[in-house]
Write a protein that binds this ligand. Structure first.
Ligand SMILES: C[S@@+](CC[C@H](N)C(=O)[O-])C[C@H]1O[C@@H](n2cnc3c(N)ncnc32)[C@H](O)[C@@H]1O
Length: 284
């Protein structure tokens, strides 16, 4: 049996009872760590906290292992119980859906244990699930690679008055993945896109495209470390969020479309009050 277990967003305590039972009965435990990271995964204990809780070692699965060498743990799952841990929810990233499809096609029994996910940003920011359009990803721009494809998707959403959830790029150098999870020193630090960088890039694309899809005054909500004790949620126009220090990763951003009066009331809770400490916003 292959158990695909969501770990939630905050810390080691966010695994569900069902998830914990599944992990404890498994002979082998893998953890995916390139599409998302638990915030405590960046601390000095990192993975060993999870290993103590589960009472067994964890193998960190990098992108190559999940996407190209999955046959190894899929054949293990044919013979015994194998857990595949995913930060957030198992279906919050395409790559895990693909894994489940491959396992089922290979005739392996699969059980999915759901958990909180970045998908919860949709409601946590004060806006309503049924008023969202397509979710987009914003990649880090380089000197020579500045893809603007997400602009058209935001345009479609905004033309319909819908909100847009923007997921922000994570770049982890594969050789350093294990050491990152175990909180060891590594030579090339991973890069996590901040809300500030995302807005800078969004405004650059708007300036180049010039279709007035959004602008500096467009209402947005920035969410950092959702699900953690120190989560931070701030609502305001792009030009204001550009200067807010959201702190440690992970970050995501919602571009608001047309808002209902109830949504507007919720957004008020997340606005910066004059003289307030940014860090107080939206704490759990
Ligand atoms: C592929 S998605 C996450 C998939 C994960 N399996 C899940 O269900 O949450 C990764 C992106 O979601 C956003 N994200 C993930 N966790 C977050 C958190 N706790 N707070 C804010 N944004 C988060 C970041 O933009 C990150 O780059």
């Amino acid at each position: 049996m292959l158990f695909v277990v969501g770990l939630g967003l905050g810390d080691e305590k966010d695994i569900t009872l069902k998830g914990l039972e599944a992990v404890r009965r498994c002979d082998k435990v893998y953890m995916e760590a390139y599409t998302s990271l638990l915030s405590f995964g960046l601390s000095s204990d990192g993975l060993s906290t999870l290993e103590k809780l589960y009472g067994k070692p964890i193998t960190v699965a990098d992108r190559e292992m999940v996407e190209e060498k999955a046959d190894v743990f899929l054949s293990e799952a044919r013979e015994s119980d194998v857990a595949f841990l995913v930060v957030g929810d198992p279906f919050g990233a395409t790559t895990h859906t693909d894994l489940v499809v491959r396992a089922k096609k290979a005739g392996i029994d699969v059980r999915v244990v759901h958990n909180a996910s970045v998908m919860n940003a949709v409601g946590a920011c004060g806006l309503q699930l049924y008023r969202y359009g397509e979710t987009i990803s914003i990649p880090f721009f380089t000197e020579t690679w500045r893809p603007y494809s997400f602009y058209e998707k935001i345009k479609k959403n905004r033309d319909l008055g819908l909100h847009t959830l923007c997921l922000l790029d994570i770049r982890v150098k594969e050789p350093s993945l294990e050491s990152l999870c175990r909180g060891k020193k590594q030579y090339e630090p991973p890069r996590f896109m901040s809300i500030n960088t995302a807005i800078e890039q969004l405004l650059e694309v708007e300036e180049k495209s010039g279709e007035s899809v959004y602008g500096e005054d467009t209402e947005c909500v920035g969410l950092a470390r959702l699900g953690s004790e120190d989560q931070m949620i701030v609502a305001g126009p792009m030009k204001q969020l550009l200067n807010v220090d959201f702190g440690a990763p992970l970050h995501c951003l919602v571009i608001a479309g047309e808002t209902h009066p109830l949504e507007q009331e919720m957004l008020e809770f997340y606005r910066l009050k004059e003289g307030s400490d940014h860090k107080e916003n939206g704490t759990a």
